[in-house]
Write a protein that binds this ligand. Sequence first.
Ligand code: FAD
Length: 409
Amino acid sequence: MAGLNILISGAGIAGPVVAHFLTQAGAHVTIVERASEPRTGGQNVDIRGHGLTILRRMGVEEAVREQTTKEAGLRFVDANDQSWADFPVDDGKGFTSDIEIMRGDLARTLYDATQNRVKYIFGDSIKSMQEDSSGADVELGSGRSIRADAVIAADGWSSNTRKLAFGQGISHDAVNDLGQWAAWMTIPHAPSDNQWARWYNAPGKRMILIRPDNGRNTRVSLWVMPKDRRLDELAKANVDEQKAYWTEMFQDAGWEADRVLKALPLADDFYMQKVAQVKLTSWSRGRVVVAGDAGYCPSPISGMGTTVAIVGSYILAGELAQRSDDVQLAFKAYEERMRKFVDVAQKLAPGAPSMANPQTALGIKVLYAFLGFVSWTGVLKYLGASFNPPASGMDLPDYDFGNSGKKDS
Ligand SMILES: Cc1cc2nc3c(=O)[nH]c(=O)nc-3n(C[C@H](O)[C@H](O)[C@H](O)COP(=O)(O)OP(=O)(O)OC[C@H]3O[C@@H](n4cnc5c(N)ncnc54)[C@H](O)[C@@H]3O)c2cc1C
């Protein structure tokens, strides 16, 4: 594919992974990223199965392993911080995968691995695209023009490139609201923090998750399932208004809510987001194709977003490398190979997220008793296909990306 010009929108996880393999195969790759520098925000993400194999093929496995949070597992606790169910890391097929890393550390590692061979343009974004029989003329917000053989939308679940290529309606309809909202932030370490992620349910379908990061601080996420459509508006409001909402929602939640709410005003990385999945009936339009969250976000509650983005990006690069004379055929082959893997990753546990967020104190007791039984009998790994990507049955192809390609050792 030497000489092919590929433009990628988004320098998150999917963008740099697909860029890495495309440049190995000889393509010229430009990534345009809206933020003014690589975004190193975000909390703990999981890398499972094939995702780790691909990072090994990129040559970054060691760097990734050095930065893991060493989370011991997931513990469901009551208001007295007593555990009702412990799910240790085990074999990586439970709630906690064997590679838990801060999203920012992973994003930085992938950026570092690609910055010398990929042209990064920060602080810009695709404004319009005009296709003809041999490529696409792309105009960026800055006024700069780029001619590309293919455009890859890797700009996250609310992808603007998807909107430009598929149309506002299709792009909007692709986002499936799961009825839950979450807010993430970093707070100072406290004596009660340890290597376990601690999950606490409060009545009213509220949940607090406190997790270790890689040693510096503690990461918190708050979760609600409101019937309140105003949250879409709140998500666009200023951060102080958002913080006021979450403070009100959790002030009587119990457990460590007071500690979290005390730290909330000072959290400079606070952000809130709708919990949603992206489902498109087709992953490409003309010379534009989606990768990662932009095309098939499985939602943060799946624990599979990062793995699916890495695997999808690798397959997309591999199919493009094999069929560089017909990028649209390559897009179809990518979708054909990857669909089932995505379907499995998007399959949430039965009743999720509702069943994991009971309305009443009694409901929470029943949930915790059930989870206690599940943890004791060890049947979790047989319940959650989505935690076990190889269950999708997809063998990872071993593409030839050229001489500099790194394969499994
Ligand atoms: C700041 C941040 C924090 C996150 N935190 C978590 C977390 O705590 N837990 C979790 O499970 N998942 C989190 N995610 C999502 C997670 O990274 C993805 O689910 C997964 O890794 C797939 O990655 P992706 O590359 O497809 O999307 P993302 O990682 O979302 O990357 C998309 C990239 O596209 C850029 N972008 C967006 N719009 C445009 C545009 N119009 N033009 C150019 N660039 C654009 C974004 O700035 C971002 O760099 C976070 C994402 C971001 C961006």
